[in-house]
Write a protein that binds this ligand. Structure first.
Ligand code: UD1
Ligand code: CA
Length: 455
């Protein structure tokens, strides 16, 4: 059986009140359409076709890394019309699964159940009972509980409006039959649209039993039409992601107050305090503690690292047994080897720091190689930028930099050197010597502080 997946994503999404197409709005740091595509991919279909329309170029561009085919629906004339646009690209498949680009949390196993059910009867659909069916298509069943048709809210009678079983919109059917049903569709309804839902009626007339499958929860199949629903689905997804982390051995001080916007690979015995945001690709080794309000993006954290509160770490590698923060900022290109200490109000950028070195207070270290067991005093600055170019600073092993030193790059401090506090270093400092640049201290005897004349 060759499966084709058709994702409907051409709707305008006016209720989002956004210049950006609805399906590009993010859930857990990724466009909602990307979630739908990834879940479809897990079914290993022969083809995935996305029907796009509104803001289509932007959608194609942002999702260009996915192996899908695109079908344009120039005018949004209804879900049935949207499916028609995608069918030519699916002419070689046996079964078509229709998904919505704005229903991002659909579970792959639910879809698999639907496909399996549709194998027996040739057509199947997802339905769910909800407390507030307002706006949805209602599932009309006969006295034997068999589905006989779907009636759209706007076309429903008062009786039909009391039905609480709704059409989620997700269906699976044989391609050849679907093709024939689509040819027979008309737009003779209140909205003058070609309704995909009318194929149910046609299937029943052709003597088919329509299989129905239910999702694990109503949230799984909830569509996103406005930013209130977007926020609700974001929370729902975050709870799932937090639960996964906990089951992998991560202690979350409060699972409601952590945000995962990417993929996190944690080892066991990791502890994450409140209001931590994890973005992009994150790898966290055993025994790591991440303090409150820290933001980590694309980084790997070695064993037993402690990140104290309010740190920002991006595109960096942290070796084992390091201590970072509070209030440290570690910028792209930074690599800390094992056992480093990075303290408060320290900014590192493209700095490679070898084992056991300490930068504990109020420093900027950028474009710098730091050797082993270096002590960088409070307020040390690497002056790496001359207004046009960036230059490197090289600091050898066992160097001691006194507080408030400025290193004017390009410059090298050789191993074992000591730099006196308050120095401005513009030339290389030799190994194992004290180097300092400092004006002589003077005291003036008999000097009087100016004072206001008394009147
Ligand atoms: C549709 C169903 C309704 C169901 C509801 C679930 C029909 C006629 N009705 O209603 O039974 O309860 O979904 O949310 O199918 N789209 C296109 N092109 C179009 C129209 C829609 O690509 O011309 C896409 C949208 O981007 C969206 C999906 O199809 O992803 C559903 O469209 P929407 O307008 O939300 O459908 P409803 O009228 O709400
Ligand atoms: Ca909808």
């Amino acid at each position: 059986m060759k499966l084709g997946v058709l994702i409907l994503a051409a709707g305008q999404g006016t209720r989002m009140k956004s210049a950006m197409p609805k399906v590009l709005h993010n859930i857990a740091g990724k466009p909602m359409l990307a979630h739908v595509i990834e879940r479809a991919q897990q079914l290993h279909p022969a083809k995935i076709v996305v029907v796009y329309g509104h803001g289509g170029e932007q959608v194609k561009q942002q999702l260009s890394s996915y192996d899908v085919q695109w079908a344009l629906q120039e005018q949004q004339l209804g879900t049935g019309h949207a499916v028609m646009q995608g069918m030519p690209a699916l002419d070689s498949v046996d079964k078509v699964l229709v998904l919505y680009g704005d229903v991002p949390l659909i579970q792959t196993d639910t879809l698999q159940h639907l496909i399996d059910a549709s194998m027996e009867t040739s057509i199947g659909m997802l339905t769910v009972r909800v407390d507030e069916p307002h706006g949805y298509g209602r599932i009309v069943r006969d006295e034997f509980e068999r589905i006989i048709r779907i009636v759209e809210h706007k076309d429903a009678t008062a009786d039909e409006l009391t039905i609480d079983e709704i059409n989620v919109g997700i269906m699976a059917m044989d391609r050849s039959e679907l093709t024939a049903w689509l040819e027979a569709l008309n737009n003779d309804n209140v909205q003058n649209e070609y309704y995909l839902t009318d194929v149910i009626d046609m299937a029943v007339n052709d003597g088919h039993v329509v299989a129905s499958v239910q999702p694990h929860s109503a949230e799984e199949v909830e569509g996103i039409n406005d930013r209130v629903q977007l926020a609700k689905m974001e929370r729902f997804m975050q709870r799932q992601l937090a639960r996964q982390l906990m089951l992998q051995g991560v202690t979350l001080m409060d699972p409601e107050r952590v945000d995962i916007r990417g993929s996190v690979r944690p080892a066991e015995d990791v502890t994450i305090d409140v209001n931590v945001i994890l973005q992009g690709e994150i790898e966290i080794a055993r025994g790591v503690c991440i303090g409150a309000n820290s933001v980590l993006k694309n980084c790997s954290i070695g064993e037993n690292v402690t990140i104290l509160q309010n740190c920002v770490i991006e595109d960096a590698e942290i070796g084992s047994n390091c201590t970072i923060g509070p209030f440290a900022r570690i910028r792209p290109g930074t690599v800390l080897n094992d056992g480093c200490h990075i303290g408060n109000f320290v900014e590192l950028k493209n700095a490679q720091v070898d084992c056991g070195s300490k930068i504990n207070h109020l420093s900027y270290v950028g474009d710098t190689t730091v050797g082993r067991n270096v002590n960088i005093g409070a307020g040390v600055i690497t002056c790496n930028y001359d207004g046009a170019y960036k230059h490197r600073t090289v600091i050898g092993d066992n160097v001691f930099l006194g507080s408030d030193t400025q290193l004017v790059a390009p410059v090298t401090v050789e191993s074992g050197a000591t730099i006196g506090a308050g120095s401005t270093i513009t030339r290389d400092a030799p190994a194992d010597q004290l180097t300092l640049s400092r004006s002589k201290q003077v005291s003036m005897a008999g000097w009087k502080r100016p004072a206001k004349e008394s009147s």
